[in-house]
Design a protein around this ligand. Sequence first.
Ligand code: SF4
Length: 385
Amino acid sequence: MKYTDEFRDREKAKILIKEINKLAATIEIARTRPINIMEVCGGHTHSIFRYGLEGMLPDAIELVHGPGCPVCVLPMGRVDDCVSIAERPEVIFTTFGDAMRVPGSKKSLQQAKADGADVRMVYSPMDALTLARKNPDREVVFFGLGFETTMPSTALTVLQAETDGIENFSVFCNHITIVPTIKAILDSPDLHLDGFLGPGHVSMVIGTAPYEFIACFYKRPMVVAGFEPLDVLQSIWMVLKQIKDGRAEIENQYARIVPEAGNNAALAAVGKVYELREFFEWRGLGSIDHSGVKVRDDYARFDAERKFAIPGVKIADPKSCQCGEVLKGVIKPWQCKVFGIACTPEMPLGALMVSSEGACAAYYQYGGVKKHTAARPDASVAAAS
Ligand code: SF4
């Protein structure tokens, strides 16, 4: 398949790994500690484990798995809000499939559906709008979730609903923004990061300019990266090269998809429908200023948060859940006390075990559970679970 197969070439991967090894061996900081590179995006985390890239890298490189999976960072209170909307008799609640199993404090959307709520999986917000057209006597709510990657499609659907005069459609907006999140990570005293793999899909919409502060003020390199194995390896090499050269720049490895200026039509739709929230609560990371968007007053009739009374209660994660530490890269997924024991993809305790882009699910799915829990005192329990 064009643009896919050539980026999965085994021989080229071997050459890149050799070059990464050579370069890492010449970097001064690697003599005293690992070079910490964060992949911000959950899509990269998934690729890294799917293709076994982490195990091919030299010990001098530590990949830190960032918070770029929107399903994973959704706090429990917001899931409870979804369930409360979905359980209203007049509502058809629509969502992407990966949000169905995110645990709330009492139940997930999937459990709400089992209990009788009309929750339906859709592939796009436009599918939800079609449902609204077909069910004029019901209220159709779309669960708007994701970074700038998915924001334009919900914004365009709201604009379409306005054009078509559809009043029984609304969005429960949980869209989040990437730049304040990266800034919060850089300001975190827990972390020392030497560089970033930048998110490919988000950058397709926002371009590369919004990341300039990372290079200018924090003096860290970032390489916007594609998702195939050669993309990820080449991007790691590019980050190392910048570190070696003493440079901090924003580079674009994913130029075949990411225009440096972003997508103006998508950004215009987003700017028309949404405005920044003062703050937004993230699972495990707490409240981050200006890290989410809400529906503008002009489109209030399409805002599920205003249309329905929601509990809006902040709920703490279960005590044994260490999603926050994993999200901040402080611990590896397998170091969480309940990884592979009380928390598995079948019965997720934390959100990082739900989505395929979640670091815990990726570790679990691609063999990390056996390799890592074997070394723990509770290994027999893990193996039995
Ligand atoms: S194993 Fe489960 S509870 Fe622990 S960090 Fe991962 S998702 Fe969260």
